[in-house]
Design a protein around this ligand. Structure first.
Ligand SMILES: [Zn+2]
Ligand SMILES: [Zn+2]
Length: 444
């Protein structure tokens, strides 16, 4: 395994010289590049000049306290996602609760051995499982809602089973966002409607098997492999009593049935078509919406190779659009600021803008960073800046980005999240924005 410390920069904000010396010596020995700030002001200056990957921040320092530093960081677009580990000699549960509101990765109570910090850093850089790191001492008085059921299936919600694009990925670098390819669920509170059959579909299957035979609806945006490869692992297709209706486009080549079931060919897979014990129906999508227990599902063609569509689900005044693959403003590498719907570059995309106009939740890709896009024009995926422009031009109320590039690990996605917030701020369009991750549930 490569040394997780390689090239990572740690800023140590610590006014007690002896502690600063001890920690910086240990961190350097572990392979990190270290800089030290002696007070809060110097800390903020060095964040700008040194650009650390992670900040170890003492709570009580001269000039500006650690807590003020943390608040300043969280309020700044460029620094709001900086990973921070707080150190403090004070172990008061009310104070620690307060600190946690500013989302540090962790809080270490002094005195601690340098090795404790080093193993926290290893844990973060190896897995970037920043949300799940435990404090060295637990905060007392855990709020009761932490233990309340995580999922209420009777409430309408969406669930992300796979949020990766192109190919599944695995390993510690992807621990936080997950590695399964596209699969999305809209649950009306009664029916569970699935969209796309990427490798995330396998997990969806496990949760459906628990509930026993039912009618499952599966909509397919297009038949690129990352959107269908989970189908042979969708266990309900082998279980009598299940009925599965698959909705897809007629396509430009082979039909949807032969593309999905064709994966059960003995040259590819050990189980055969004859083993499908469920009742499986294939339905071609039409211009009029499909209605499933009060949910109206319509589709629109999007900018992606082949007959690729996006879907919109309207249910009890909740509008959700799911468009995992769409190269919005293909070829455009300029600034998104000032683009309007009558710009020549925007006009060809008017059908998609209209389709998602004013939705409560847009689930849409932003696969490439601006510096990557120039080399990937025509690959069928959006430049981040163009995806931000779509959110604004269509006036969507919330955006969850999906179809993360397999080259973007958790740390890259953290940086990308900060950049997206910055672009949305430049567009003066500050809507709630998050990166989708495998397992994310969003209630209406
Ligand atoms: Zn895709
Ligand atoms: Zn595709």
């Amino acid at each position: 395994m490569p040394n997780p410390a390689s090239r990572k920069k740690i800023l140590l904000a610590e006014d007690v010289r002896a502690i600063a010396l001890q920690l910086s010596h240990a961190l350097e020995k572990a392979g990190y590049e270290v800089d030290v700030a002696r007070d809060g002001e110097e800390c903020l200056d060095k964040i700008a000049s040194f650009q650390p990957d992670l900040l170890v921040l003492d709570l009580i320092m001269p000039k500006t306290t650690g807590l003020e530093v943390l608040r300043t960081l969280r309020a700044g677009a460029a620094t709001e996602n900086l990973a921070v580990i707080i150190t403090t000699a004070k172990d008061y549960s009310t104070e620690l609760k307060h600190i946690r509101q500013s989302s540090p990765l962790d809080v270490l109570i002094k005195p601690f051995a340098p090795q404790v910090l080093i193993s926290k850093l290893e844990g973060f850089f190896n897995s970037a499982a920043s949300c799940s790191l435990e404090a060295s001492r637990p905060v007392r008085d855990t709020p009761s809602e932490v233990y309340s059921p995580a999922l209420d299936p009777k409430r309408p919600h969406v669930r992300f089973w796979g949020t990766r694009g192109s190919i599944p990925v695995s390993g510690g670098r992807y621990a936080q966002h997950g590695g399964n390819t596209t699969c999305f669920e809209f649950c009306t509170g009664q029916d569970r409607i699935l969209f796309d059959a990427g490798s995330g579909l396998r997990e969806a299957a496990l949760s459906m098997l628990k509930e026993g035979p039912r009618h499952i609806h599966l909509f397919i945006t297009h038949t690129h492999w990352d959107h269908i490869q989970g189908f042979p692992f969708f266990t309900p297709i082998y279980v009598p009593g299940f009925e599965i209706t698959v909705y897809g486009e007629r396509g430009f080549g082979k039909n949807i049935e032969s593309l999905l079931v064709g994966q059960l060919d003995r040259d590819y897979f050990p189980v055969q078509r004859e083993d499908l014990a469920a009742k499986i129906n294939f339905v071609f999508l039409e211009d009029r919406p499909v209605e499933i227990s009060g949910a109206k599902i319509s589709r629109e063609y999007v900018h992606h190779p082949g007959a690729t569509v996006g879907f919109k689900i309207e249910h009890d005044d909740w509008k959700v659009a799911f468009i995992p693959d769409n190269e919005f403003l293909q070829g455009y590498t300029g600034s998104p600021v000032g683009l309007t719907r009558d710009n020549d570059i925007v006009v060809p995309h008017e059908p998609v803008i209209q389709f998602v106009e004013g939705v409560d939740l847009l689930v849409h890709e932003a696969q490439y960073l601006p510096n990557e896009y120039a080399k990937k024009i025509g690959w069928g995926h959006s430049n981040l800046t163009s995806a931000c422009a779509l959110a604004k031009l269509a006036g969507v109320k919330k955006w969850i980005a999906v179809h993360h590039d397999p080259d973007h690990d958790d740390i890259a996605l953290h940086a990308k999240h900060g950049l997206t917030r910055q672009i949305l701020a430049d567009l003066n369009y500050r809507i709630p924005f998050v990166h989708g991750y495998d397992g994310l549930v969003e209630y209406r």
